[in-house]
Design a protein around this ligand. Structure first.
Ligand SMILES: NC(=O)C1=CN([C@@H]2O[C@H](COP(=O)(O)OP(=O)(O)OC[C@H]3O[C@@H](n4cnc5c(N)ncnc54)[C@H](O)[C@@H]3O)[C@@H](O)[C@H]2O)C=CC1
Ligand SMILES: O=C(O)[C@@H]1CCC=N1
Length: 285
């Protein structure tokens, strides 16, 4: 996987931004754009329910509408953040309203830039992104790949859009399903592990509150240690494991439980599901 890490760059031109489908990830990208310097007056978000639009307007000061066609008119950046099954119908609604030179950004798992190019005017620039939910606190990671008509400037613009959501990494599009399986879904695995650690603490007699606090602080500290020392996880794991001590006994139990193999199977399952979803939607529309 080829990667280039981008630094956050808050200044620069901010073409009008339309976010189509403003649920969990749409709102995360929208909030990141505002932090990156997009003025709220230059951001429009689309919703299915007007009450959700009012909530977004109150929280972020952006314009909202239920009309996707209206939202993309005059927009230089158009973020698609609906579920995969809703994308084809959405593209049919907006295709004729898309301005020349607009860059379409997909955060949708599985769907290729080709899926968009086949349904939008010839030559439309499409950039595929796989973000994750810690982006909401500026601690996410997003992988970006340009489609066949996306210029380097287009991809750079998308990197600027995401610059305040955390790390932004460029990857080849063929790797996006693997990225989705690792970092896209990854927060769910980490929350699962934290919950399991806390549950185990309760089994050993700790209160739920203390067990959860210890589990969260341990994951946070370990992640920061990996990041700040640059050491390989195996080296750091060995530093915890005293000869004949408690940690090795615990790690043996994890190995006997097949935890490592389960992670390998889990990522394969997520990757396969991503490809299945896309193949089914290609066939249907
Ligand atoms: N939640 C996550 O951790 C991640 C999600 N994604 C991708 O982000 C996309 C959105 O996922 P979530 O935000 O989690 O789902 P969500 O269900 O929270 O948001 C989707 C939103 O789109 C709206 N919507 C659907 N059709 C619409 C239409 N025609 N016009 C306007 N609004 C419409 C829905 O009402 C909903 O609010 C998915 O394609 C997913 O693959 C990608 C990476 C991580
Ligand atoms: O579960 C999903 O389909 C989305 C894509 C990556 C994370 N959440």
């Amino acid at each position: 996987m080829s990667t280039t890490t981008q630094q956050a760059e808050p200044s620069g031109p901010t073409p009008r931004l339309a976010v189509l489908g403003t649920g969990v990830m749409g709102e995360t990208v929208l909030a990141g754009a505002l932090r990156a310097g997009w003025p709220a007056s230059e951001v429009v978000a689309t919703v299915r329910r007007p009450e959700r639009g009012e909530e977004l307007h109150e929280r972020h000061g952006v314009t909202t509408t239920t009309d996707n066609g209206e939202a993309v008119r005059g927009a230089g950046l158009v973020v698609v953040a609906v579920k995969p099954k809703d994308v084809a119908a959405l593209l049919a609604q907006v295709s004729e309203h898309l301005g020349e030179g607009a860059v379409v950004v997909s955060v949708v798992v599985g769907l290729t830039t080709r899926f968009y190019e086949d349904r939008l005017p010839a030559g439309t620039s499409v950039v595929r992104v796989m973000p994750n939910t810690p982006s909401v606190i500026g601690a996410g990671v997003s992988a970006v790949s340009g489609g066949s008509a996306a210029s380097d400037d287009d991809v750079t613009l998308v990197e600027r859009l995401l610059g305040q959501t955390g790390l932004v990494v460029r990857v080849a599009e063929k790797d996006q399903d693997a990225v989705g399986a690792l970092s896209g879904s990854g927060p769910a695995y980490v929350f699962y592990v934290v919950d399991a650690l806390a549950e185990a603490g309760v089994l050993l007699g700790l209160t739920r509150a203390v067990a959860l606090e210890l589990a969260t602080a341990t994951v946070l500290g370990s992640a920061r240690m990996l990041d700040e020392t640059g050491e390989h996880p195996v080296i750091l794991r060995e530093k915890v494991s005293s000869p004949g001590g408690t940690t090795v006994a615990a790690l043996r139990a994890l190995d006997e439980g097949g935890v490592r193999a389960a992670f390998l199977s889990a990522l394969e399952a997520a990757r396969d599901r991503s490809q299945e979803l896309a193949a089914a939607l290609e066939e249907r529309s």
